[in-house]
Design a protein around this ligand. Structure first.
Ligand SMILES: *Cc1c(COP(=O)(O)O)cnc(C)c1O
Length: 359
């Protein structure tokens, strides 16, 4: 019996995919070997990598001039790789601060250039996105960086900022593939795998061809997007097993109606949960309604003293990993693609019952 797992990441994966992994674990396609045991230079693995990329391109309807790089580093490593690869001698970049993860990118980016924080919602305690009209962009910036879904604070952009001719760079880690997205509005998109793509150990970078230039002198060779692209993401041994599982997840998305259908299911799950939170005086989510994430739903109990009891009883009811991130406390339900609607309903039923008993 599998629990409903609300972890923000590494997160729940589709049970169907896990069963496929189990079935092929010892003997992948009658090769007598596990994917884990295949040489990354073998034609078999080349086939897996190629198919994984084609499925992702198909899901996103990605035009040819956008290149995909499979990286072994987590999303965090891109905070260094982006300036190293995209500054190209420029010393200025714009960053938008909307929560914990966009702030971490800013801190890391400061090692390489002068960062202009073009907009911030820190003063609102990260509870609403800054209006585009208030952004103070620098037209000479090498790029504009933002995070389109703040995993910890629970904010999501449902609009893509227009930043003119400056390349827009986005951290989509926690809502990548959750709904249709027009990648052509971006210079670069990146996402860590362990939220909505597959197991940990992989991140994806999707880069517009004209931005793929050799990185700054002195850049470690594995952090050079240009080099990694020309080596077909195999400058060294890639995370072969993780790439294979990500490929199975992409096929699962295709079988289940693609991003359009993911969007319908995700919107319905989030609506149920937020409606419940809003009707209750016992629980609260403080994010502005229009900016609430469909993937990560942080909430607090009116009585924080009950947090531990809530978590313990939730565990016993098969509702796992609901503890909020340490910087914000409270609870968080991450309801990525792989979370079935039944999981959200079970959570709501538990929460209603908990409120009746302790409210
Ligand atoms: C999880 C997360 C990260 C960090 O990912 P790592 O793979 O641990 O480096 C960065 N950005 C966002 C938006 C995330 O959700």
């Amino acid at each position: 019996m599998r629990a409903f797992n609300f972890s923000a990441g590494p997160a729940t994966l589709p049970t169907e995919v896990m069963l496929e992994v189990q079935e092929q674990l010892l003997n992948w396609q009658n090769s007598g070997m596990s994917v884990m045991e295949l040489s990354h230079r073998s034609p078999e693995f080349a086939g897996i990598l190629n198919e994984t990329e084609l499925d992702l391109r198909d899901i996103l309807a990605l035009p040819d001039h956008y290149r995909i790089i499979f990286c072994q580093e987590g999303a965090s490593a891109h905070w260094d790789m982006i300036p190293l690869n995209l500054l190209q001698g420029n010393h200025q970049a714009d960053y938008i601060e909307t929560g914990y993860w966009s702030y971490r990118a800013i801190e890391e980016g400061r090692r390489y250039c002068n960062i202009n924080i073009a907009a911030s919602n820190r003063i609102d305690h990260f509870s609403a996105l800054p209006d585009r009209a208030e952004w103070r962009l620098n037209p000479k910036a090498a790029y504009v960086h933002y995070c389109s879904n703040e995993t910890i604070d629970g904010l999501e952009f449902f609009w893509t900022p227009d930043v003119g001719n400056v390349p827009l760079v986005v951290d989509m880690s926690s809502h990548f593939l959750s709904r249709p997205m027009d990648i052509t509005k971006f210079g670069m998109v990146y996402a860590g795998a362990q939220k909505n793509i597959g197991p940990a150990g992989l991140s994806l970078a999707i880069i517009r061809e004209d931005l793929l230039k050799p990185a700054a002198p002195g850049t470690p060779f594995l952090m050079d997007y240009h080099g990694q692209f020309h080596a077909h993401s195999m400058l060294n041994t890639p995370p072969t097993f993780t790439i294979w599982v990500a490929g199975l997840v992409f096929k699962w998305i295709k079988r289940n109606g693609g991003l359009t259908q993911m969007a319908v299911r995700n919107a319905e799950k989030a609506r149920l949960l937020y409606d419940f939170l809003d009707k209750s005086a016992f629980y609260r989510n403080s994010v502005k309604v229009q900016d609430r994430s469909l993937m990560n739903v942080p909430f607090h109990l009116r009585e924080p003293a009950l947090d531990e009891v809530f978590l313990k009883e939730a565990e016993l009811s098969g509702l796992k990993q609901l503890r909020g991130h340490r910087v914000v406390g409270g609870m968080r339900a991450s309801i990525y693609n792989a979370m079935p609607i039944e999981g959200v309903q079970a959570l709501i039923n538990f929460m209603a019952d908990f409120e009746r008993r302790y409210g």
